[in-house]
Design a protein around this ligand. Structure first.
Ligand SMILES: [Zn+2]
Ligand SMILES: [Zn+2]
Length: 326
């Protein structure tokens, strides 16, 4: 399923099976998670530099072939691997050399700069693939690769916050709510106003409170993560924070943030964003997920129904995460 240009749906196409170059593997894709970032790419809110491009950056598949020089048994032929958003970095800039490869200016991203997993086959740099926890079927493990991983990086930015708000209860939040609860935090879930089904879903995952984003929680929060791409949630979340609290923006794009009184930021409240992932985030989270254990709620779609999956994501028509089965 190929992205051609902003504003037009993905197109079913037959393209040659890619060949792995030196240091790369060819992955036979089994499933690929659908992410809100894909909507931002479709809508032009995040640029696709050189279309046509195959989207999809939560790839689960088996190694079908290996390029020159690939010897790591983790990516041995027939092994199951996950391919995430971070597709490659230069490994030499000040960010890469200080444990912040997520900020590498030369980074290339799967399903944006490199063809991704909305396809039967994908090629990936062996160094950026992850082994996957065995207990998870292909469909259930896919959302861990971005929704889970980026959510986990956001959660780490919250430090030891005990009262945690999650704004937007979709793929990331439903995973991170489980991790946060396991860590002994109390989770407060915020959905679009009037989304009682979303609030009910959050309660089933044992959050202590679920309500509308425009509401204040019953007690102030130590941290809030905003997963929804809605700038108006920044002042709303600040308003819900206790002194010294932090608002973490987890998405790659957000509508403009309305101005707000300094009073909302005063008393050492903070606002920050999370960008991309590092490989150590991936290894850490994929080891942690089966210990919780995180259970992902997924809705499966056939590859050729990718546009339907994206429409349903936009409209909030399913619980949890959408995953293409290939
Ligand atoms: Zn993503
Ligand atoms: Zn770098």
């Amino acid at each position: 399923m190929v992205f051609d240009r902003v504003g037009s749906p993905l197109r079913a196409a037959t393209i040659p099976v890619p060949r792995p170059g030196a240091g790369q593997i060819l992955v036979r894709v089994q499933s690929c998670g659908v992410c809100r970032t894909d909507l931002h790419l479709l809508d032009g809110e995040v640029d696709v530099p050189a279309p046509p491009r195959v989207l999809g950056h939560q790839i689960v598949g088996t190694v079908a072939d290996r390029g020159e020089g690939v010897r790591d048994p983790v990516v041995g032929e027939g092994r199951r691997v996950g391919v995430p958003w971070l597709g490659r970095t230069d490994g030499s800039c000040r960010f890469c050399l200080s444990g912040r490869e997520n900020l590498c200016p030369q980074a290339r991203f799967t399903g944006r700069d490199i063809d991704g997993g909305y396809a039967e086959y994908a090629v990936a740099d062996e160094r950026f693939c992850f082994p996957l926890p065995e207990g998870y079927p292909d469909l259930q493990v896919a959302p861990l690769l971005c929704a889970g991983l980026i959510g986990y990086r956001c959660l780490r930015m919250c430090g030891d916050a005990e009262r945690l708000g999650l704004y937007g209860f979709g793929a990331s939040a439903h995973i991170i709510a489980q991790v946060a609860r396991w860590q002994g935090r109390r989770v407060f879930a915020f959905t679009r106003d009037g989304d009682t089904a979303g609030q009910e879903f959050a309660r089933e995952l044992s959050v202590v409170w679920a309500g509308d984003s425009s509401q204040l929680p019953p007690e102030p929060l130590d941290a809030a993560i905003i997963f929804a791409p809605v700038g108006g949630l920044v002042p709303a979340a600040l308003r819900a924070l206790d002194r010294g609290g932090v608002v973490v923006c987890g998405g790659i794009h957000m509508s403009p943030i309305p101005s707000f009184d300094y009073e909302l930021l005063w008393e050492e409240r903070r606002v920050c964003s999370v960008a991309n992932l590092t490989r150590s985030d991936g290894h850490e989270f994929l080891e942690l997920a089966p210990k919780v254990p995180v259970k992902t709620h997924i809705t499966g779609y056939a590859l050729e129904d990718a546009n339907q999956a994206l429409d349903d994501l936009r409209a909030g028509r399913f619980r949890g995460a959408a995953v293409l089965t290939i």
